[in-house]
Design a protein around this ligand. Structure first.
Ligand SMILES: Cc1cc2nc3c(=O)[nH]c(=O)nc-3n(C[C@H](O)[C@H](O)[C@H](O)COP(=O)(O)O)c2cc1C
Length: 471
């Protein structure tokens, strides 16, 4: 069977037992679903949560499905330790989508058009206290470049403004925004199709920063390891993922705006409200038993889903300059940080690696720590140990003033004034060199038990629980 969100859920149940929890009592889509995920987060727990009964809709909601690197690695058929190099290397073999018959497309089991296509059918959550209202966060929006006909896919926050009107915010430099401006200049409506709920490999392809417009459907094939099944939409001239849970179709009228936001973004703060384009909904199609997929914006899920595709691009970019790059981690709990491990050959390698990362992610990264290849970048304790024992603070910290901006999503992209106004400012970044000197300079070795001894120890066989002294 072709891969989709359900095959992935089955895989998680099988391979990572206990990572999907179920709520049977009714929950409110307004703060109720994110409330559960938020309380779990405060205990440092990030399981997926399936809410079976959501007030006002017959559809269940799953949140946090993509909130851990371990689960995203599983989706790519790899491990956390090798997911970044794997991600970086895989898309070299792109796989085009495959068109399937409408009768075989699960997403066409229910088709609502015209006045029937109303947003109240869907259990769209309201995530945080000051959000402007319900937001669709687990979407992939498909559109077509009017010049080349190339299909582009991206994940953008989508506000439910009215029963048949959705606000959409596309960051100026993203291809989606570039395409929208073209339609606006032509004075033409822009057709869009929004897919909700699919295999995380497809979702990650939509989030990938690919060179040029389009390519995400082929990247999805590469990440899935099989072609993405697509089927024509009902009311717009676009293909949609045949195995999605839900698809919303619509058109963005040129030159029209509606107030969008505020909405809590990945730094955990509210930003970027203002007049934005909107979508007039023309159809909703879905599975008969559709599951609504929600990404907990402003929380760990937002960071994790947004970061793995970027880590792949960062790794690929560093590799061009520092062939000894071993791994890259944007920690799941802090998207402003990036840890890079390298086999250092020259003193220049550290800055070249860090600059490459900052070049890929100038708005999001504020601190880049470069460590040696014996440090596990997915273990904060090891990174902190390297900073403590290999970093000469007076010479190994490099501040790059005013690197990105002005503005952005992070509040440090602004100066705030007593009258409530704000001025966009440039964002600075810090490089921390926590590597030993390059060879041949000797440096004290790290204390450890010999590897051959560790290899002989089988903890599960050797250790038993101590039940107290026998008297
Ligand atoms: C959870 C999540 C939410 C996102 N929200 C937005 C958004 O509201 N607007 C935006 O422009 N990009 C957003 N992004 C990032 C884009 O999806 C991503 O950069 C994508 O590559 C843009 O594609 P494009 O350049 O083809 O438009 C989000 C990413 C994630 C993971």
């Amino acid at each position: 069977m072709a891969k989709d969100m359900r095959t992935f859920i089955d895989q998680v149940v099988r391979d990572r037992p206990g990572e999907i929890l179920v709520v049977d009592e009714e929950v409110d889509p307004k703060f109720g679903i994110t409330g559960i995920a938020s309380k779990l987060a405060s205990q440092n727990r990030f399981p997926a949560v399936l809410c079976r009964k959501v007030r006002g809709s017959r559809l269940p909601v799953i949140i946090n499905l993509t909130a851990s690197y371990e689960r995203l690695a599983l989706a790519l058929g790899t491990t956390m330790a090798s997911m970044v190099p794997d991600y970086a290397n895989r898309p070299s073999a792109k796989i085009p989508p495959k068109i399937v018959e409408r009768s075989k497309a699960a997403v066409k089991e229910i088709i609502l058009k015209g006045n029937e296509a109303r947003m109240s059918v869907l259990p769209v959550p309201t995530h945080n206290e000051f959000d402007a209202g319900p937001y669709i966060t687990g979407d992939t929006l498909i559109c077509k470049d009017p010049d080349s006909g190339a299909l582009n896919v991206g994940m953008y926050r989508i506000q439910v403004q009215k029963e048949q009107q959705l606000g959409v915010w596309m960051w100026d430099t993203h291809h989606g925004a570039h395409i929208r401006r073209k339609y606006e200049e032509l004075g033409r409506e822009m057709e869009v199709a929004i897919a909700i709920g699919h295999h995380p490999a497809y979702v990650m392809a939509a989030v990938s920063t690919l060179p040029g417009i389009g390519g995400e459907l082929e990247e999805a094939g590469a990440l899935l390891g099989e072609p993405l099944e697509v089927v024509p939409a009902e009311t717009v001239d676009l293909p949609v993922p045949a195995r999605a849970e839900i698809v919303i179709e619509g058109k963005i009228p040129p030159g029209e705006r509606a107030f969008e936001g505020p909405f809590a973004e990945w730094p955990g703060t509210y930003v970027a409200e203002g007049d934005k384009p909107f979508i007039n909904v023309t159809a909703i199609t879905m599975r008969r038993d559709a599951i609504y997929y929600d990404v907990f914006s402003s929380n760990r899920e937002h960071t994790v889903l947004g970061s793995l595709p970027r880590m792949g691009v960062i790794y690929r970019t560093i590799k061009q300059y520092v062939p000894g790059v071993k791994n890259v981690n944007i920690p799941s709990h802090g998207r402003m940080y990036c840890y890079i491990s390298i086999k250092k050959e020259t003193e220049m390698d550290v800055k070249r690696a860090a600059m490459a990362a900052l070049n890929v992610e100038p708005f999001n990264l504020k601190t880049v720590v470069v460590v040696d290849d014996d440090i596990d970048v997915f273990n904060d304790a090891e990174v902190l140990w390297a900073i403590g024992t290999r970093c000469y603070m007076e010479r190994d910290l490099t501040l790059l003033p005013r690197l990105a901006g002005p503005g952005g999503l992070n509040p440090v992209g602004y100066e705030f004034h007593p009258d409530g106004t704000k001025t966009p400012v440039m964002i600075s970044a810090l490089i921390v060199d926590a590597t030993k000197p390059a060879p041949p300079i000797p440096y004290p070795p790290r204390a450890r038990v010999p590897q051959e001894v560790l290899d002989r120890i089988d903890l599960d066989k050797m250790l038993k629980e101590f039940k107290g002294f026998e008297r």
